[in-house]
Design a protein around this ligand. Structure first.
Ligand code: G6P
Length: 610
């Protein structure tokens, strides 16, 4: 989603801002813009499309100045064109701002401001904020006061960075629902909508909380609430290195992240398995351990890939912990008034820790009295901070818009949770030890699964031009089918559907002919014989079958068009291995079709609007 970067100091702002924008590209965007203030004059340049287009526009332009803001926009209100791109200004052009989020009452505000003589040039909700500040400032307040007053009139969500001719040596920021991080340097300061925008320059940061503003100069900052109460911020150190957000020789972040999985899966489990006792220990749950272990019902809520990991979690938690589990898209959970009791546990799963619907679902669950735990990747993210307790999955920065390593780490973390709860119930130490042992073998098995890459690439070559794909799985591999289909559609724009294999005959079977590739996850688990029958049904209708099978299983060779052999493990851990060839398949097909794998059209990495 939209990205913000800001700089104030003694260096030229332009290269710092452009570099920051490039590091934010992964979030997904459709236009970009930059504003720099120099000798009291603010220059704005914006362009539709990639940062490269903005750069081209700036070529040959001298854009001096040591204070500026920049933005990548993911259109919500108004189509992605140059006019609607940020930064936006008030009527005088003296107030210039960039904004992430959505102003819900912008129509009402526009009307009121229109009656007071303001004219709007764009279709955006954002422009309204600039005019509103202008309106308050015109009435004789200080600029900061006008800024705060305007924000208190605004409903919705925002992360804002603003520069103005009225206070030409400051950047004004505010946050409500859309993250903003301030980086502290020596005689210079930085602003980012996430740390990757500024990490090349400083590791010392503080995060704005909802309802807070920051007024930043090159030598310092003041933080307050919108109600004008001073707030002390704690400076934190960002722990990840710059290399982790670079491609390390891979052509795309997505491929790099796919290949990181032997390590990231190991990192999710590191120090958390006690082999002798066959149990897992999750330190972040200590404050809520009693409630977690005693919960009588578990809700899992998430979006996208994280939701698919949640489905795997449902299967394992119910199977081993004998607790009823409900998994729900956060966007549904937050609005449908679910029945949540005090002794219920709500698990929110999120890579970014910033997804708007997941955050709202978390708040709703807390309001209803549940204990809420997070399975989060981004350390210090809003969701990580708002849950009662939680577990970091430690996958490191995930830049590829199509989530890969987060999924396998989420499933690994869910297994840890399952093991921890199950061992306080009916699971024996011996059964626990079996799971622990298999978990410890996972990194090697993931490594082996990655060795299917050449085979998968050859399959991709054959099927790259198909218009539809069906993915089928049963049991623990059913969510893998959903996730495999999601990977393909999001980066290759091929229509793909995931289905529980048996459900195929209630509809999708109508689509099957000799032009329809069907990817079936048919590893030798408790549903193996059943899925073989489903493959027969596809073949009887001349469908083309690509089967992910267990190593050594040649029974399917005669039946299907291609087999992709992967290592076997326990059923509950199988998704961590079976998803690997499907990630690779989606990746290679997308690359062969010339799609921009790391920045797929219309998608955003971190969806901070609902
Ligand atoms: C976006 C991303 C997906 C991700 C989903 C949920 O749609 O493109 O990759 O799975 O959001 O994000 P979260 O950060 O909450 O896991």
């Amino acid at each position: 989603m939209c990205g913000i970067v800001g700089y104030i100091g003694d260096r030229e702002a332009r290269p710092i801002l452009m570099d920051g924008l490039k590091r934010l590209e992964y979030r997904g965007y459709d236009s970009a813009g930059i504003a720099i203030i120099h000798k009291g004059r603010i220059s704005i340049t914006k362009q539709v499309g990639k940062i490269a287009a903005l750069e081209e526009d700036l070529n040959g332009t001298h854009l001096p100045g040591t204070l500026g803001i920049a933005h990548t926009r993911w259109a919500t209100h108004g189509e992605p064109n140059q006019t609607n791109a940020h930064p936006h200004t008030d009527g005088t052009g003296n107030i210039v701002l960039v904004h992430n989020g959505i102003i819900e009452n912008y129509n009402a505000l526009r009307k009121i401001l229109g009656e007071k003589g303001h004219t709007f040039r764009t279709e955006t909700d954002t422009e309204t904020i600039a005019h509103l500040i202008e309106e308050f400032y015109r009435n004789g307040t200080t600029f900061e006061e006008a800024f705060r007053m305007a924000l208190s009139e605004v409903d919705g969500t925002y992360g804002i960075a603003l520069i103005t001719k009225y206070e030409p040596d400051k950047i004004f920021c505010a946050r409500k629902g859309s993250p903003l991080v301030v980086g502290i340097g020596e005689g210079e300061n930085f602003i980012g909508s996430d740390a990757s925008a500024i990490i090349a320059h400083t590791r010392n940061v503080f995060y704005l909380e909802d309802g807070e503003i920051a007024v930043i100069s090159k030598d310092g900052f003041v933080t307050k609430t919108i109600e004008n109460e001073l707030v002390q911020k704690k400076i934190e150190k960002i722990s990840f290195d710059l290399e982790r957000i670079e491609k390390a020789g891979y052509p795309h972040f997505m491929l790099k992240e796919i290949y990181e999985q032997p390590h990231t899966v190991a990192d999710a489990m590191r120090g958390r398995l006690i082999e002798e006792e066959g149990v897992a220990k999750l330190g972040g749950l200590t404050p809520i351990l009693h409630n977690v272990l005693r919960s009588r019902k578990i809700f899992i809520t998430a979006c996208g890939t994280s939701y698919h990991a949640g489905l795997v979690g449902e299967y394992m938690l119910e199977q081993y912990c004998r607790v009823p589990v409900e998994v729900e898209y956060a966007s549904e959970f937050r609005y449908r008034d679910p029945i949540i009791e005090d002794d219920n546990l709500v698990v929110v799963i999120t890579q970014s820790g910033e997804t708007a619907d997941t955050l709202a679902a978390l708040r709703e669950a807390k309001r209803k009295g549940a204990t809420v735990m997070g399975l989060v990747n981004v350390v210090g993210s809003t969701i990580a901070r708002e849950t009662h307790g939680g577990t970091y999955i430690h996958a490191g920065p995930e830049i590829g818009v199509a989530s890969t390593k987060a999924f396998t780490s989420q499933v690994a973390a869910l297994t840890l949770l399952t093991l921890m709860i199950a061992r306080t119930k009916s699971m024996s130490a011996e059964d626990g030890r079996k799971i622990v042992k298999e978990m410890k073998d996972l990194p090697v098995k993931v490594e082996q699964a990655l060795k299917t890459a050449d085979l998968v690439q050859a399959i991709a070559e054959e099927f790259r031009d198909k218009r539809n794909f069906l993915y089928l799985g049963r049991g623990y591999n059913y969510p893998v089918a959903l996730e495999g289909a999601l990977k393909l559609k999001e980066i290759s724009y091929i229509h793909a559907e995931g289905y529980p294999a048996a459900e195929m005959k209630h509809g999708p079977i109508a689509l099957i002919d000799d032009d329809m590739p069907v990817v079936v996850i048919a590893t030798q688990d408790s549903t193996y014989e059943k899925i073989v029958s489903n493959i027969e049904e596809v073949k009887a209708r001349r469908g083309r079958v690509i089967a992910v099978v267990s190593e050594g299983d040649d029974k399917l060779d005669r039946l299907v068009d291609y087999t992709i052999p992967i290592p076997m493990t326990l059923d509950l851990l199988q998704p961590i291995i079976s998803i690997i060839p499907l990630q690779l398949l989606a990746y290679h097909i997308a690359v062969m079709r010339g799609c921009d794998v790391d920045q797929p059209r219309n998608l955003a990495k971190s969806v901070t609007v609902e």
